[in-house]
Write a protein that binds this ligand. Structure first.
Ligand SMILES: CC(C)(COP(=O)(O)OP(=O)(O)OC[C@H]1O[C@@H](n2cnc3c(N)ncnc32)[C@H](O)[C@@H]1OP(=O)(O)O)[C@@H](O)C(=O)NCCC(=O)NCCS
Length: 143
């Protein structure tokens, strides 16, 4: 268990750019997802970074919609997994959203990660399906 520093960072700030590099390493290089990794939501999303010993080792983004807060692009560096960083990032980001009155969360989970998200109160609301990325996904919500 490691206690990272978790910060919300402005898009295109140096720390956010390191988070984008991490997303590229995880989703494009490691998982070879062919979907568009960066999209217009990045311009308006709230981006979080987890920092350990000066390195950005985790990230996720929150997108506000009329229905809920959508959590996405949850990634921890391969060398830093299994140390509690993903859990602390999720908890921090959800607390941040709750502090501004948001109570409903949604995400599109890789099927084999559904168990991870269930521990934060998410349940599946769709059947597993390939969303075009080549990886089975399931839609999950907290409500
Ligand atoms: C999924 C991911 C973010 C988890 O981050 P992490 O820092 O390794 O997770 P943690 O160490 O905080 O684990 C927290 C808990 O979730 C559990 N967990 C981790 N990955 C899991 C999985 N795939 N399925 C079920 N449980 C999982 C851990 O066992 C741990 O449980 P514990 O607290 O009872 O010990 C990380 O594996 C990752 O970046 N994977 C590649 C990118 C990816 O697939 N992102 C998700 C896209 S939907």
């Amino acid at each position: 268990m490691i206690n990272p520093t978790i910060l919300a960072v402005p898009v295109f700030s140096p720390l956010c750019n390191l988070a984008f590099a991490l997303r590229r390493a995880v989703f494009i290089d490691e998982q070879q997802v062919e979907d568009e990794e960066f999209d217009a939501h990045d311009l308006t999303a709230t981006h979080f970074v987890a920092i350990v010993a000066g390195d950005v080792v985790g990230t996720l983004r929150l997108i506000e919609t009329a229905e809920h807060i959508k959590i996405g692009r949850v990634a921890v560096a391969k060398s830093a997994r299994g140390l509690g960083i993903g859990r602390q990032l999720m908890q921090h980001a959800m607390e941040h959203a709750r502090a501004t009155g948001h109570t409903r969360f949604a995400l599109n989970a890789q099927h084999d990660k559904a168990g991870f998200y269930q521990t934060f109160g998410f349940h599946p609301v769709s059947d597993p399906a390939d969303d075009g990325s080549g990886i089975l996904h399931v839609q999950m919500r907290t409500y």
